[in-house]
Write a protein that binds this ligand. Sequence first.
Ligand SMILES: Nc1ncnc2c1ncn2[C@@H]1O[C@H](COP(=O)(O)OP(=O)(O)OP(=O)(O)O)[C@@H](O)[C@H]1O
Ligand SMILES: [Mg+2]
Length: 303
Amino acid sequence: MSRAEKVAVPKTELPQNVAIYAHGLDFTYNPKSPFAKQALCNVDVTIEKGEFVAIVGHTGSGKTTFVQHLNALIRVQKGELTVLGHDLSVRKPDLKALRRQVGMVFQYPEYQLFADTVLDDVCFGLKNFGIEKDKREQMARDALELVGLDFDSVKAKSPFDLSGGEKRRVALAGVLAMKPQILVMDEPTAGLDPRGKEEILSLVSQLNREENITVIMVSHDMNEVFENAKRVLVFRDGRLDYDLPPRELFRKEEEIASMNLEVPSMAMFLNELERSGFAIEDDCLTVEEVFQAVLRLKEARDA
Ligand SMILES: Nc1ncnc2c1ncn2[C@@H]1O[C@H](COP(=O)(O)OP(=O)(O)OP(=O)(O)O)[C@@H](O)[C@H]1O
Ligand SMILES: [Mg+2]
């Protein structure tokens, strides 16, 4: 089915494997003022633990507004939202527990960094949760090394003296140090060079595969969405318009173009192959996977 499915599940019956459940979620900035702007409209979505979900859509379509609900940076105005069992539509959700479990890397990571040193920045959340000094330094070291930074050479630096890519890694380390169950990233690779992008994405994919961390990634880069996400949510004017696996979504070349989104180059190639009568399995998305699939077709033809 092409349109995002709308199935209402009463909150009390949410199965254990549900990470995020939104039903009828609406949000308006500056309500009841002449500047009122509805940014989310009747969003229904259920995401299971361990999924890797990309969120795409034209600028201003509501992506950031939606993901900022997930750790209650934006509070629910209307509708239902449950994240890891926390009902966020109540007046006083347990924000401390929620924010430990849901790590958020902001759209502009430089806004996320504020301490005098990288070490203090990465340790900030751990300190808030009462983890003692030696233990938190060890956890900060592990997290910084996980994101590819050398602990001893960056720990005493000011986060503001780092490059854009390094800042992003420090922001990610601060979040990963908390060992979140859900990792929400708002355009984590924007402005990075291809190698920086690749390193962040392969780390996040690895965390998703090996640690079963649920990943929610907002992105404008359809190629990275195609290669990494297993499911893509498309927002348009605050509505969730499509909720599909990447291969299925990017077969809809005309609809994608009408939303001012790009069709990933690999999807274009696969669509072209398909139109010429070569059927490639839907789970082949990377160059290597498609190459192997083409080889299999060749072997079958030669046999
Ligand atoms: N703080 C705010 N006050 C008023 N309106 C806002 C605010 N933040 C966002 N909006 C408006 O809400 C709508 C959704 O914005 P949002 O930031 O969620 O979009 P987005 O999909 O993340 O866009 P982008 O791709 O540019 O990051 C837009 O029309 C935007 O102008
Ligand atoms: Mg945004």
